[in-house]
Each structure stands twice: as C-alpha cells, then as structure tokens.
Write a protein that binds this ligand. Sequence first.
Ligand SMILES: [Zn+2]
Length: 163
Amino acid sequence: MNHFSHRPADPGEDAEPRTRPLEPGSRPDLEAALEAVNRDLAATLPDAGPMRLMLTPSHDEDVPDQYHAALPDGRWHDGVTDPVAADVADAAQETVQAVLWQVWPVCPEHRSGVHADAGADERAVWWCRVGESHELCEVGELAQTLPGRQRRALRRKERGREG
Ligand SMILES: [Zn+2]
C-alpha cells in the first residue's frame, strides 16, 4: 500500500511533551498567518483545510516549543520553532507534502511548486524559484493567481456560502 500515514510520534511514558491544539488567543499573529494559509487552501486544495495549529510544548528550557499545522483529521508533519507568518505557511506546506503527497502551492506560470518565504515587512509570500525566481503572491492571495475561469468559479462558490 502506498498510503503514507504520518502521525505525531508517541512521546512515551517518561517524556513530558504532549502535542495539543494551540490555545485560541495565545498567538494571534500565528492564527492570522494560518487564516491566510487556509484561504489559500480553500482556493486551491479545499480537502486539506481548514488546518489548525498544534503545539508541542517543551519542558526543557534549551529546547524550544514546536508548532505544527495539522490537517482537519489531526495529522501533521514536522514542526517549526519561534515561528513567524512564513513559518506557519511552511509548516502547512510540509504537512500537505508529507501527509497528502501533494505539491502545493504551484506556480501557474511555471507549473512548479513554490515555497513560503518572508518578504518585505515580514509578510509571508509564496516564492517561485524557477528561472529568475519571483514572488507568486502574498500568502492568502493565492486565489488571485488562478486563471480567470477558476477564479470566477471560486467567487461563485463563496457567494453561495455567504448567501
Ligand atoms: Zn513561477
């Protein structure tokens, strides 16, 4: 079977860290960053979202807390420490790639996977490394990069949800 199911490692009896959902309101910056990622998932990979943030607290002061972006079913892959917005996008991308085996997001022009990066002003952007490399868009604005027909279909869907 080719299905790759990645679950959080069981820390065992003697290990303290336990992964749990991030407490609402504890990191508004990361929640906003994940909201942007979820907008992009809704636009281009709706089955993978909405994701939520998980935290593996560290009980060792030399080891930082780990943050994860989890799929709706709770699965996640890898973690980031001391995250900024771009790291949240990166964690979400890791999860999509390692758990769902999907290249996401994709640059429509180069048909190649793009990467989360911190742009000017610390905003998170999707960066395409093909050729001269270019910024695809700000994280959360992926819908704007879709071809017109897909974008219109998405807008119709959103209107349907609101109405
Ligand atoms: Zn590109």
